[in-house]
Design a binder for this molecule. Structure first.
Ligand code: MG
Length: 217
């Protein structure tokens, strides 16, 4: 997939999308959970990526899909065991990713002690864009972040409320798996997650980045 970056098309072909769970206290609370002591994360397949203006498809297997707007980090170079103090030097830029979730299938997986792969992994479950803004000059911890469905606010917060900062997430994740250039880290969603129905129009925004739009079918 191509997204604009410094006025040029940027080929975004990540080897993985690392998605962080429960990284905002108020979202953990709405899921009847606490924030973890260490970052918790799972993987979304790159096949889930959806270009700006695309259509999220509600799968036949699910009766309830939900939106989770997230600040997405695009890695600029390979690293492992990255020190937290140097972590932001590995970032090419930032964009918006909506971590679409089949909440009913996720609930089943939780009850059965199974991974979230199915609930998080359907095609079109990772709308991304509308562009990648260069990391230089951006403080990722002071950005307004919001999502509207059919022009109504559902989520409205600020990245300052993250439990673990972008730098801390990069350091932690890279202790476990090598982060490659173009890999994406979705840094968790603030409170206000809710259902998406066929016919919905969604707009997701982050200050200094732009607005990502998509529809649901
Ligand atoms: Mg999420």
């Amino acid at each position: 997939m191509q997204l604009p970056y410094r006025d040029q098309p940027f080929d975004l072909c990540p080897t993985k999308i690392v998605a962080v769970a429960k990284n905002y206290r108020a979202h953990a609370a709405e899921m009847n959970s606490n924030v973890p002591f260490e970052p918790r994360f799972f993987l979304k397949p790159p096949s889930a990526l959806l270009a700006p203006g695309g259509q999220v498809r509600r799968p036949v297997m699910s009766r309830r899909i939900e939106h989770e707007v997230e600040l997405a980090v695009i890695m600029g170079r390979r690293g492992r065991d990255i020190p937290e103090e140097e972590a932001l030097e590995y970032v090419a830029g930032y964009t918006i990713l909506v971590d679409v979730t089949a909440r009913d299938l996720q609930q089943q997986a939780k009850e059965q002690g199974m991974p979230w792969t199915i609930a998080k992994g359907f095609d079109t479950f990772a709308p991304v864009g509308p562009c990648i803004i260069p990391a230089a000059g951006i403080d990722p911890q002071i950005l307004d972040i919001w999502l509207k469905v059919n022009d109504e606010f559902r989520q409205n917060s600020n990245t300052r409320h993250m439990v673990f900062t972008v730098a801390r997430l990069i350091a932690y994740i890279s202790r476990i798996m090598t982060l490659e250039s173009q890999d994406i880290i979705a840094t968790g969603t603030p409170e206000g997650v809710g259902p998406l129905e066929p016919g919905d129009s969604v707009a997701a925004g982050i200050e200094s980045i732009g607005i990502l739009k998509f529809t649901v079918v």
